[in-house]
Design a protein around this ligand. Structure first.
Ligand code: COA
Length: 335
């Protein structure tokens, strides 16, 4: 049962995904930077990632939403709010949410972008939950979409091997069943982590200039080792804590749905939870780190493989820039 006092819960009634066709495998990276397939595979778990050659984050999102419409015959006019989690908006403003709504002619919807990096989907799902549990709205669409290739320096072997482009979405709907959908959440920020993972240029601190371009300030910077240390603890602890708070034993958990940044972080989280390896959703080998898209992309892929069933207890967990991290206990609502 949900631990919130609302008479409503927010459950997922539809979803969709889109990954671009263009594949960059580890061999390709061997040809552009000093790396090996072996290093990338053993240090990260990544074998391939998808890249959007033409277009922007909104184009990824539009295709994911169209996939949802095809699968579930959703009338987009019934969606009241759209939250787009992204760190690669089409532009500063207007929001990517507005661009998507225009492209899909969604005239009954309002919405906005949400910036929480790799925790974007979890923070956006929590926001959707709050909108629904407050009684204000019945249907809220959460989109996780990132065109990471737009901010990746393909001469920097530390970061370029990690990221890919993708979008996935989940539609949350109000239910009066308190034992369905989002049951619990735990969200955290620690701004002191902002110096380890960031994109310095283009904002009000360092507006775009010749100098910011020359200094490669419009690309992701990550101190991998520093982030790794806190990510392992943050993601493992939040997943464990949400299990304990909800009296879930390892046998009660159907799946851990982790943010896909590094297989070793995912494995540490699994161990902390005490669950079996087959209960962990993993698709990092196919897509790399797609930032806000990883968690919904996992849900869609595992559903398509017939591995999800109604009532499954899922623990969603993420860690990302900020630092931001969080966990959601979700009961799966679809057969
Ligand atoms: N190929 C070969 N060698 C590489 C490399 C690559 N693509 N990238 C880095 N290296 C080198 C480093 O230069 C370093 O060499 P040195 O010891 O001579 O300095 C060595 O490999 C080890 O680097 P290190 O940073 O210790 O590797 P790691 O085991 O920490 O793995 C990451 C690097 C990025 C995969 C890992 O730190 C990581 O996943 N970090 C967290 C990512 C994350 O969760 N981000 C938050 C969400 S986005």
């Amino acid at each position: 049962m949900s631990n919130s006092e609302s008479k409503y819960n927010a459950r997922i009634i539809a979803f969709g995904k889109y990954v671009p066709d263009k594949v960059l495998d580890n061999k390709y990276f061997e040809s552009i930077v000093d790396t090996t397939d072996e290093w990338i595979t053993t240090r990260t778990g990544i074998k391939e990632r998808r890249i959007l050659e033409k277009g922007a984050t909104s184009d990824l999102a539009v295709k994911a939403i169209q996939d949802m419409v095809r699968r579930f015959n959703i009338d987009l006019d019934t969606i009241e709010v759209m939250i787009v989690a992204t760190v690669t908006p089409d532009m500063f403003f207007p929001s990517t949410a507005c661009v998507i709504m225009d492209k899909l002619e969604m005239e009954n919807t309002w919405g906005f972008d949400l910036s929480a990096a790799c925790s974007g989907y979890i923070f956006a799902a929590s926001t959707a939950r709050a909108f629904i549990e407050s009684g204000l709205y019945k249907r809220v669409l959460v989109v996780g979409a990132d065109k990471m290739s737009a901010i990746t320096d393909y001469t920097d072997r530390n970061t370029c091997i990690l990221f890919g482009d993708a979008a996935a979405c989940t539609l949350f709907e109000r239910t009066e069943n308190k034992n369905d959908g989002i049951i619990d959440e735990l969200l955290y920020c620690d701004g002191s982590g902002r110096n380890h993972l960031y994109m310095l240029g283009g904002g009000s601190l360092n507006p775009a200039s010749h100098e910011t371009v020359d200094k490669k300030m419009h690309y992701i910077y990550q101190d991998g080792k520093a982030v790794f240390k806190v990510a392992v603890i943050g993601m493992a602890e939040v997943a464990y804590e949400i299990m304990v708070r909800n009296n879930l034993k390892p046998d009660d958990v159907a799946y851990l749905v982790p943010h896909q940044a590094n297989l070793r972080i995912i494995e540490a989280t699994r161990q902390r939870m005490g669950i079996d390896p087959e209960k962990v959703m993993v698709n990092i080998h196919k897509y790399g780190n797609t930032t806000a898209a990883t968690i919904p992309l996992c849900l869609v892929d595992y559903y398509d493989e017939g591995k999800l069933k109604k009532g499954d207890n899922l623990i969603l967990a993420s860690f990302g820039a900020g630092f931001t991290w969080g966990g959601i206990y979700l009961k799966w609502s679809l057969d």
